[in-house]
Write a protein that binds this ligand. Structure first.
Ligand code: C5P
Length: 208
């Protein structure tokens, strides 16, 4: 039996940091499912394939190796943008769903973070969180992250980009980003990672 923690939320909400903290605390496996979409997008860009080519993207998704995913390699802004375009394709989502659900069965437990974990990938997860923060705070975090990596971008452009991506992710027909009805909402607008982790840990201790 494996304990499953499902974490969803928009970009730069803090869900990834929270997922890594929880996985480290409990010795669980962690999958950042955004990386699976990013890896498909990266391969499409590298192959010079059209981002509308669902068959090509689905084939790449079918053959994706989850063990080789690296956020540093896949962090580029254009990869995130392309990822949200391939993420609207049902054949891509179906292929990645199989791989993600298999990952969720790992013992002794798994933490998966993304946009549709609590709703579609692991609807029976032992505990679900939906992590949010105001648009302005998320854009500030993303802007600071990019500046630290030497990738300067105007704050206004980062904010506009986040909003565009949120809209695409929450308005798509297949598996739109939204909180599961039984998810705990964690608003990190005025919370640092320690406070968010402490809140999540209290709830996990009751469920474990
Ligand atoms: O979280 P990250 O920014 O790496 O995700 C990149 C894109 O992948 C998202 O904007 C979203 O379109 C897609 N995604 C998704 N479902 C998930 C995880 C990510 O559609 N579970």
């Amino acid at each position: 039996m494996s304990f499953v923690v499902a974490i969803d939320g928009p970009a730069a909400s803090g869900k990834g940091t929270l997922a890594r903290r929880i996985a480290a605390q409990y010795g669980f496996h962690h999958l950042d499912t955004g990386l699976t979409y990013r890896a498909v997008a990266r391969a499409m860009l590298d192959a010079g394939a059209s981002l509308d080519d669902e068959e090509a993207a689905a084939e790449l998704a079918e053959n994706l190796d989850l063990s080789g995913l690296d956020r540093d390699v896949l962090s580029a802004h254009e990869v995130g943008e392309a990822a949200s375009r391939v993420a609207v394709m049902s054949k891509v989502r179906a292929a990645l769903k199989r791989a993600q659900q298999q990952f969720a069965r790992k013992s002794p437990g798994a933490v998966l973070d993304g946009r549709d974990i609590g709703t579609v990938i692991c609807p029976d997860a032992d505990i679900k969180f939906y992590v949010t923060a105001s648009d302005a705070v998320r854009a500030r975090r993303r802007h600071a992250e990019m500046a630290a990596k030497g990738a300067a971008a105007a704050y206004d452009a980062v904010l506009a980009d986040l909003r565009r991506r949120d809209a695409r992710d929450s308005e798509r027909a297949d598996s739109p980003m939204r909180p599961a009805h039984d998810a705990y909402l964690l608003d990190t607008t005025e919370m640092d990672i320690e406070a968010a982790f402490a809140a999540a840990q209290c709830l996990i201790e009751k469920a474990i």
